[in-house]
Design a protein around this ligand. Structure first.
Ligand SMILES: Cc1ncc(COP(=O)(O)O)c(C=O)c1O
Ligand SMILES: N[C@@H](CCOP(=O)(O)O)C(=O)O
Length: 462
């Protein structure tokens, strides 16, 4: 299996190389040269298997000879052993024909754990074999950072630096990052928003001298392995609702477009997905782009679903690559326009292609809050604000096809928003009960590439 860049000029890589590389050297994102297709019978045979067994069968064709079957199976088992639910990603009925896929039973209580726990295992195994070490730099609006620090803390062949927007993550999210005590894990609070954090991470990848000196690696969803791990729960959910004999739709709270892009890959692999619905908060660039064809950034407005406060949606580039017939030059031009002018126009043909797979909707702050309240009162479900965005948007898409909304985080990560809507303050699980007693360790940084790079080098070579 080979991986190619969405901008068409970086060298093709193996799975292992793409995983350890992160951003392609032409600024693009790696995607498989071809998406393997599963036969109907193979999909049907997933019914009744454990999450780990499904994960093995779905991901195996993508990893080439990076790991033997035994190694890969053992790494998957280790990745999900710490999850707090036997099903890993349980499905719950919310309304007639509308289901909630609970993705918050991992160690940091958000869907990011599904990929991060696995790539923590994959990185360790690959680095050990190569006798190598890397510096992981990540950007977070709250959940990726805590999941990455949890997955990589204490490893002696990895240093991890996470940039988060100062004052724009929940207290629980911040503390999940700043109370990690292991010396290889560093939380950096940047003056700016998530887009600034993500832009600086991409700048570091495009500074080849720095990149090579520190042996930079990425664990944001620019890393293909992140997306791949998230494909699995589309299969477990759809198969338990009758796929491949029955179509299923998914409504996905969306920011950086990684989670829903994983759904797109599942569909290309042969899973009968009718609709993939992009659910945005008031930072609705993706909903506007899919509605009008104009992808135009307006600046981020902080919301009660802070993890989705994103305007430059990294993985949309992967969807554009497919919509433009895998024309890397066309994608590179759109990304140049985005960088220099703050937006681009999607051609009619590409827009039509995107709309064949993706529908969209948005939830305002009031609608999100009202949905949290209504879900608790009428459905007995305490939703996190991101999941509430999804459930709100899903109300317009219910029909004869079963619809699954992804519940992307535990409500206790966002207790203020949940309490304001319902009067109920959700409690953290007992293993995190002392989170607010732990000592915080955080470095404040300005939005300045050279200063951030200097700080990281100091940390790596200290
Ligand atoms: C809780 C939560 N929900 C939804 C999202 C959006 O997911 P994605 O960025 O993959 O679109 C995020 C951030 O990624 C998140 O942390
Ligand atoms: N919402 C994310 C933003 C980063 O997304 P990623 O999937 O590219 O890592 C977060 O919680 O950090």
């Amino acid at each position: 299996m080979r991986y190619v860049s969405t901008r068409g000029t970086a060298p093709e890589l193996t799975f292992e190389e793409a995983m350890l590389t992160g951003l392609a050297r032409d600024g693009g994102l790696y995607v498989p040269a071809e998406v393997p297709v599963m036969a109907q019978a193979e999909i049907a045979a997933l019914a009744g298997l454990s999450y780990e067994e499904v994960a093995f069968r779905v991901m195996r064709p993508f990893i080439g000879d990076t790991f033997t079957d035994d190694e890969f199976g053992a790494l998957i088992e280790a990745a999900y052993a710490g999850f707090g639910h036997a099903a890993r990603a349980p499905l719950k009925q919310l309304q007639p024909n509308h289901y909630l896929l609970e993705l918050f039973h991992g160690p940091t209580l958000a869907f990011k754990d599904f990929a991060m726990q696995l790539i923590g295992q994959l990185f360790q195994a690959a680095l050990k074999r190569r006798g190598d070490r890397v510096t992981i730099v990540g950007a977070t609006s709250g959940d990726t950072g805590s999941a990455a620090m949890e997955a990589f803390r204490g490893l002696d062949n990895v240093s991890v630096f996470i940039l988060f927007p100062h004052g724009r993550v929940s207290d629980v999210q911040r503390r999940q990052m700043t109370t990690v005590s292991e010396a290889n894990a560093h939380a950096l609070a940047l003056t700016g928003d998530f887009d600034d954090c993500q832009a600086r991470v991409k700048d570091m990848f495009n500074d080849f001298d720095f990149r090579d000196r520190v042996r930079l690696a990425g664990v944001n969803s620019i890393n293909w392995a992140r997306v791949l791990a998230q494909v699995v729960y589309y299969f477990t959910a759809a198969v338990s609702l009758g796929a491949p004999h029955r179509k299923v739709s998914f409504c996905v709270p969306t920011g950086n477009f990684g989670d829903i892009f994983a759904g797109h890959i599942a569909k290309r692999m042969g899973l009968p997905i009718e609709q993939l619905i992009v659910a945005t908060n008031q930072n609705d660039i993706l909903h506007r782009a899919l509605s009008s064809g104009d992808y135009v950034t307006h600046g981020v407005t902080p919301s009660i679903s802070p993890s989705m406060d994103i305007q430059v949606s990294s993985n949309f580039e992967r969807a554009l690559f497919d919509a433009y017939g895998r024309d890397g030059a066309a994608v590179a031009q759109l990304m140049d326009e985005l960088k220099s002018g703050g937006g681009f126009h999607i051609s009619q043909g590409a827009l039509q292609g995107l709309r064949e797979t993706f529908a969209s909707g948005r939830a305002s702050e009031e609608e999100t809050s009202a949905m949290i309240q209504r879900a608790q009162a009428e459905m007995g479900e305490l939703l996190c604000p991101h999941s509430a965005v999804g459930v709100h948007v899903a109300q317009d898409f219910q029909g004869i096809t079963p619809l699954v909304t992804l519940a992307t985080a535990h409500p206790a990560k966002f207790p203020d928003a949940v309490e304001a809507a319902t009067g109920i303050r959700p409690a953290l699980p007992p293993r995190m009960a002392d989170l607010f007693d732990r000592e915080e360790r955080v470095t404040r940084v300005e939005n300045d590439l050279s200063a951030i790079e200097a700080l990281i080098e100091e940390g790596v070579f200290a």
